[in-house]
Write a protein that binds this ligand. Structure first.
Ligand code: ATP
Length: 213
């Protein structure tokens, strides 16, 4: 695999995660090789785009046979930084936070979902499935002890900035921000992704409108 320095757009990275899902699915069916045309059918993308995306990282198939599925899963995992398990916590065990914790796909081999934090004394000490809710006062001690790299944020808008600024950036390297506060892509050296379902609906609305023009 190429040791790339080239800036890769997020669109390409999002496609890689689609390929990974597709490959894991095909692997479960017992296949060992896959052609870009098969990935294309499953992901709804042109084969040429898939080949180009993979070639960008120095990943090529075997002529006439396609890609070795295990190898490709390994390579994409490396590209996405999934070769090392990351410890994750959630802050804000309200309705959305609880739903996220209960979502089975959030827990997998790549992301070790360890705990939730809240400031509501009625919630502290309780469990959401097998995830314990701790007091927010303990967050940085916990982050240090458990080497937490990723924080999922589902607190009210008014609390968002305060919490982001309080996180120990020696350990926390990424935040998935589900609040409606638009945070910058990087703050205090922590990468931030804003996830806003209302925004997705607006984009969908635009796509639907464009199709009817
Ligand atoms: P609920 O009504 O069950 O509290 P909600 O989703 O309607 O849930 P929000 O007001 O959005 O509530 O808050 C989400 C969660 O964030 C709640 O569990 C709340 O107790 C928690 N929370 C609020 N402020 C903080 C804070 N400073 N630190 C940690 N958790 C907080």
């Amino acid at each position: 695999m190429k040791n790339f320095q080239e800036k890769i757009s997020e669109v390409v990275i999002r496609r890689l995660t689609d390929y990974l899902r597709c490959l894991n699915y095909v692997k479960q069916e017992g296949k060992t090789l896959i052609k870009s045309s098969n990935i294309s059918t499953k992901c709804g993308l042109k084969s040429s785009i898939i080949r180009k995306d993979l070639a960008r990282f120095g990943v090529y198939g075997i002529k006439g046979k396609g890609y070795d599925i295990d190898e490709l899963i390994k390579q994409i995992g490396k590209i996405l930084g999934l070769d090392k398990t990351k410890n994750v916590v959630l802050i804000g065990a309200g309705n959305l936070g609880t739903a996220i914790i209960k979502y089975p796909r959030i827990k997998n081999a790549n992301f070790n979902f360890i705990a939730a934090f809240d400031n509501n004394s009625d919630k502290i000490g309780k469990m959401i499935n097998d995830t314990q809710i701790y007091s927010i006062d303990k967050i940085n001690k916990f982050i240090k002890k458990n080497k937490i790299e990723i924080v999922l944020l589902t607190v009210p808008v008014s609390e968002t900035m305060k919490i982001v600024d309080s996180l120990d950036s020696k350990f926390v390297k990424g935040i998935l921000n589900f609040t409606s506060v638009i945070l910058p892509p990087k703050k205090n050296n922590i990468f931030i992704h804003n996830i806003d379902l209302a925004k997705e609906l607006e984009v969908l609305s635009y796509c639907m409108k464009k199709c009817t023009l």
